[in-house]
Design a protein around this ligand. Structure first.
Ligand SMILES: [Zn+2]
Ligand SMILES: [Zn+2]
Length: 145
C-alpha cells in the first residue's frame, strides 16, 4: 500500500521538472513509509547516516519542492516545527499532548461547518482544519508503569 503510493508519487514527479536524486528519493521514501508526520529535523536525523553530506537545509528545500508539486502537505504549528504529511487526501489528525505524535483519523469532511461559517461571516471559505488532542496509547502505558 505504502509502496504503491510511493510509486505513484515517483511517477507523478516524472511529469514535473523535478529531477530525481538519491537524496530526494530517500526523503520521499521515508515520508511515505514513516507516516508519522515527521519534521524536517526528524527526516534529517533518520537519513544523515546514509547521506553524511546532506544538511537540514537540503531536507527543507526538498520538502518545499514536494509541497509545490502537491506530493506532501505541510502542517504548521506557529513555530519552526512544521510537520510533513505524505497523505494529501482529506483527513483529520489526532495529536498526542505528551509526545506530539500525530495520527491520521478518517471522518467525513465537515463541509457543513464551512458553509455555515460562510453564511454567518460572509467570508469566502476555502478550507478548515480540525485537530483532536489527547494522550496516545504509548504515553498512557508509560503513565501506568
Ligand atoms: Zn504520546
Ligand atoms: Zn495526516
Amino acid at each position: 500500500m505504502e509502496n504503491q503510493r510511493l510509486q505513484e508519487a515517483l511517477h507523478s514527479l516524472k511529469n514535473t521538472k523535478v529531477r530525481m536524486t538519491p537524496q530526494r528519493h530517500a526523503i520521499l521514501e521515508f515520508l511515505f513509509s514513516a507516516r508519522t508526520h515527521p519534521t524536517a529535523d526528524e527526516i534529517y536525523k533518520a537519513l544523515e547516516g546514509k547521506f553524511p553530506n546532506m544538511s537540514v537545509a537540503t531536507v527543507y528545500n526538498n520538502l518545499r519542492v514536494f509541497k509545490e508539486v502537491g506530493l506532501v502537505r505541510e502542517l504548521t504549528y506557529g513555530d519552526s516545527s512544521s510537520r510533513f504529511d505524505s497523505n494529501t487526501s482529506d483527513h483529520y489528525h489526532v495529536i498526542c499532548d505528551e509526545c506530539g505524535k500525530i495520527v491520521d483519523f478518517h471522518y467525513p469532511g465537515l463541509d457543513e461547518v464551512e458553509t455555515l461559517a460562510e453564511h454567518v461571516t460572509g467570508f469566502n471559505v476555502f478550507n478548515h482544519r480540525m485537530e483532536i488532542y489527547g494522550t496516545c496509547t504509548d504515553c498512557q502505558n508509560i503513565k501506568k508503569h
